[in-house]
Design a protein around this ligand. Structure first.
Ligand code: ZN
Length: 150
């Protein structure tokens, strides 16, 4: 069963890496933040259109490894239409799951992000998966124009 799940998760990561969702510059973005993971060389630019506390649109550009690309692709899909508070809560859950600090977090709450929970078995890849979310967090806080995982 776990083997099947792992295969499914890998298939989702491959799919999002091959065909990243929301992979384009956003002309009407009102938040733009660059994220960089020096450990792996992952770079991305996250674009958000936030109105009245709701993330109306999310897109990205950049280049990185399969895990970082799949993570930001999945993330842009998930946060569209969500409130800033919901997005921050998802960031919090995702962070706990990928760092393995809280085993009480229910995987079901993560939806599709479950596919990335497996990275906690590979500590060197955790920052690849969390880069998108740190960038999102910075975009929501709207204080800095770039973030680095180091
Ligand atoms: Zn990476």
């Amino acid at each position: 069963m776990m083997g099947d799940l792992r295969d499914l998760y890998q298939e989702v990561i491959f799919d999002h890496n091959r065909n990243p969702r929301n992979f384009h510059v956003m002309e009407n973005a009102n938040r733009t933040v660059e994220g960089f993971n020096p450990l792996c060389g992952d770079r991305l630019t996250l674009y958000l259109n936030i109105q009245d506390g709701i993330i109306r649109d999310a897109s990205f550009q950049g280049s990185g490894c399969a895990i970082s690309t799949a993570s930001v692709s999945l993330m842009t899909e998930m946060v569209k239409g969500k409130s800033e508070a919901d997005a921050r809560r998802m960031f919090d859950i995702f962070h706990k799951i990928t760092t393995g600090k809280d085993d009480n977090v229910k995987l079901e709450e993560l939806g599709k992000l479950q596919v990335l929970a497996g990275v906690r078995e590979y500590p060197a890849r955790v920052k690849c998966a969390t880069l998108a979310w740190h960038t999102l967090d910075a975009a929501i806080r709207n204080q800095e124009k770039s973030v680095s995982t180091e």
